[in-house]
Write a protein of this length. Structure first.
Lengths: 91, 213
């Protein structure tokens, strides 16, 4: 059994953490998605470039917010997760 | 083969196969969406398995429908043996397409559920000796492992989606088991086809529930 998370699973864990609140701090995402600072930065940059999340600056703090595209992706992911688990497959 | 199909059921089986084909392709499309999202090869294999299985049922629906219509047309006035034989030949050909497609599909799905890669059960030599009963027996053998895995999957974390898939594979197993014995009583053939329809309806319910907003 492969215990490593797939790339898509890591991205979904990040998006889940981001969509929990209206605006989410990177430290909260890092904690929730169980990632190192370096990996988190890489993935956040990728998700921002793909317009799944939006980076926002409030004073000295950086926050992330899920976009409409990100929300649509999460909806599709949740649907597909049901299909996969129904058939006993992992994502 | 037509000997153990009740006369009143002729045509209904073709309609069941058409429904099964449409549902099968719908599930296949859903599994392709899953593959596009994840890029996981096992998801692609399951998609292929479902598409190949549906193609088998498509062949079966076409030839059984054709044979039925030909039977009606030819025998309504007077049974023309030559035309009737021709229809039966096409019917048999369609059955062979269905046999091969179904076994290939079950084999692909079987491989998806195998825990370790690289293990190839010696099934293909058996395919050469396929007849009606052997086909259902091999299908049952392949399905029994798939059913076993789907039962484990359901009991590891009970939810409605896992239940519907488990129920579907169980009903598909029931279809092959019933058709294996269908030479004994024509009613068994009807029950087998109803079991097949139930199997695919169960998957259709799953897809509808998944896509419900």
């Amino acid at each position: 059994m492969n215990l490593r998370r797939s790339k898509i699973r890591v991205l979904v864990d990040i998006l889940r953490a981001v969509e929990e609140n209206e605006m989410t701090k990177p430290t909260h995402i890092m904690y929730k998605a169980n990632l190192s600072h370096k990996l988190l930065k890489e993935h956040l940059d990728m998700l921002s470039t793909s317009d799944f999340i939006e980076k926002m600056n409030r004073g000295n703090n950086v926050y992330y917010q899920i976009t409409e595209k990100g929300k649509r992706f999460m909806l599709q992911y949740r649907q597909m997760e049901k299909v996969a688990t129904g058939f006993g497959l992992t994502i | 083969m037509a000997g153990f199909i009740p006369e009143w059921f002729l045509g209904f089986d073709s309609i069941i196969y058409i429904f099964v084909t449409m549902i099968g392709f719908t599930i296949g499309a859903q599994l392709f969406k899953l593959y596009k999202l994840t890029g996981d090869k096992s998801h692609l294999k399951l998609h292929f398995g479902m598409v190949v299985l549906s193609m088998g049922f498509l062949a079966l629906s076409m030839v059984s429908g054709y044979a039925y219509l030909n039977f009606q047309k030819t025998c309504a006035v007077e049974c023309n043996i030559r035309v009737f034989d021709q229809a039966i030949d096409i019917y048999d050909f369609g059955y062979w397409v269905y046999y091969i497609a179904s076994l290939a599909a079950y084999f692909i799905i079987f491989m998806v559920y195998l825990p370790e890669r690289g293990q190839f059960p010696a099934i293909f030599p058996l395919v050469w000796s396929v007849g009606f009963r052997t086909f259902h027996l091999i299908s049952l053998f392949l399905l029994s492992y798939i059913i076993f895995r789907s039962v484990i999957n359901y009991f590891s974390d009970r939810n409605v989606y896992r239940f519907l898939v488990m129920f579907s594979f169980l009903a598909l197993g029931g279809y092959h088991a019933l058709l294996f014995f269908s030479t004994f009583d024509p009613v068994i053939y009807v029950l087998g086809n109803l079991s097949l329809l139930t199997a695919f309806l169960s998957l259709l319910v799953m897809v509808i529930r998944v896509n419900r907003k």
